[in-house]
Design a protein around this ligand. Structure first.
Ligand SMILES: NC(=O)c1ccc[n+]([C@@H]2O[C@H](COP(=O)([O-])OP(=O)(O)OC[C@H]3O[C@@H](n4cnc5c(N)ncnc54)[C@H](O)[C@@H]3O)[C@@H](O)[C@H]2O)c1
Length: 397
């Protein structure tokens, strides 16, 4: 018998098995939750009636709260974050709340990587950008100024270039009262001259200037929001503030109060009690994160092509550090030990906003102005999340 005739059915059988295997693999891949083609397609095309917002820094404290609010209000959201400071745990909470395809996608990327940013913008159809991503500690900025100029100023330029190249129409920019420096007159209005005194404030002011110069020759709708001191967390307890432990030394007063209440640190060190204020301690304007994200949604709704809106986002009311500590003691039920030290160089006595412009033009007013209540909500989350969001699977340098 001819040998080649005997081999034929054997080879045909092998080809058939290989074909079945390939078909099986394709079907399995398509059904796999990690295969993104079906869910990402919604993100890559504009859809009438749906506003797709890119939230940079959406794994962070304010960005995650903003994402939650946007999703609740039926926006489509893409988070881009390098997880250098944020938490994958926060993203997972959001994904669990909004699992439907086309609602939320997370992209792990560094905004300093211009190529990656270009690709993200080319592959996704964004209608607006809320640019939260930044390193954001005044003290750290004095120790690592170049990092701050790079991360804040240079990265904003990269985002803006990508927006311009892809005709993304609206930008809501996270700025800060640190851009004002040490104003002579209180309260701070949007017309108060900006003379920032640390690299953080300077980097944000430079980013603002880049945006303002660009907007003169562009159709883009721009809103610049200058936040005062942000506190609080989601009243329904889904999200909270969970900075990395190594950032504690640069941390903010609410974090320090909670750390003292939970015994992570022995007590609070209040720097300066001889300021010319009612009780000698510094006065600041504390804005609840729920109010802050509401200001973003209102800014997005009112943003107009070729126009720039600049707004202070604060309560308009200054509270002293002593008042804050008293509220924190009540909210946590812990008699936090307080030690008074000398003034810290560079701290100014009083900072509070005049929010009348945002009240008037965006119809926004702070609602969560009960300090103790805001702190009680945030403390509840802290108590339920002793380990923050837990260990993130993805980490970045
Ligand atoms: N928290 C405040 O009191 C306050 C006050 C004024 C202004 N702001 C501004 O609000 C914004 C958000 O602050 P936050 O308190 O939520 O900080 P955060 O550190 O909690 O969040 C910042 C997020 O940006 C991400 N990020 C940083 N660099 C990145 C990069 N190169 N690429 C991609 N992602 C990057 C981090 O991983 C993090 O998730 C910042 O722009 C900050 O300057 C905050």
């Amino acid at each position: 018998m001819d040998y080649s005739q005997r081999r034929k059915p054997y080879i045909l059988g092998k080809i058939l098995v290989a074909f079945i295997l390939i078909v099986f693999c394709i079907i399995t891949l398509k059904q796999s939750p990690t295969h993104r083609s079906s869910s990402t397609s919604a993100f890559s095309r504009h859809e009438p009636g749906v506003t797709h917002v890119l939230v940079t820094g959406g794994a962070g404290y304010i960005g995650s709260h903003a994402t939650l609010r946007l999703l609740k209000d039926s926006y489509r959201v893409t988070i881009v974050d390098n997880l250098s400071r944020g938490n994958m745990g926060a993203v997972k909470v959001l994904q669990k709340q909004f699992p439907e395809p086309g609602r939320l996608q997370f992209i792990y990327a560094d905004l300093g990587d211009a190529q990656a940013v270009k690709q993200i913008f080319a592959e996704n159809a964004f209608d607006a950008v809320m640019h939260f991503a930044a390193v954001a500690y005044v003290g750290e900025s004095t120790l690592e100024p170049l990092r701050y100029y790079h991360n804040i100023t240079a990265n904003t330029l990269i985002v803006l270039e990508a927006m311009a190249a892809n005709n993304v129409k609206t930008l809501i920019y996270s700025s800060t009262c640190a851009t004002y420096g040490e104003p002579e007159k209180m309260p701070i209005t949007e017309k108060t001259p900006q003379h920032p005194i640390n690299p953080y404030g300077k980097a944000k002011k430079m980013a603002e200037d880049i945006i303002l110069d660009f907007s003169k020759k562009s159709d883009m709708a721009v809103m610049i929001l200058r936040y005062f001191n942000v506190i609080g967390s989601d009243p329904e307890g889904r999200l909270g503030e969970a900075p990395r432990p190594e950032l504690r030394e640069h941390g903010r007063i609410s974090g320090a109060c909670f750390d003292a209440a939970s015994g992570i640190i022995s007590g609070l060190k209040v720097k300066g009690k001889d300021y010319p204020t009612t009780d000698g301690t510094c006065v600041r304007d504390y804005i609840d994160v729920t109010d802050l994200v509401d200001a973003h949604v209102k800014a997005l709704a009112k943003a107009e092509p070729k126009k720039v809106g600049i707004y202070n986002v604060g309560t308009g009311k200054g509270r002293s550090v002593n008042e804050f500590v008293k509220a924190c003691k009540k909210a946590t039920g812990v008699d936090i030990k307080v030690e008074y030290l000398d003034r810290r160089p560079g701290d100014y006595a009083e900072v509070y906003s005049d929010p009348s412009k945002i009240n008037r033009e965006l119809n926004w007013t702070a609602q969560y102005t009960d300090l103790e209540k805001s702190l009680r909500i945030a403390w509840q989350w802290q108590k339920n999340h002793r380990n923050g969001y837990g260990q993130s699977l993805l980490t970045a340098s």
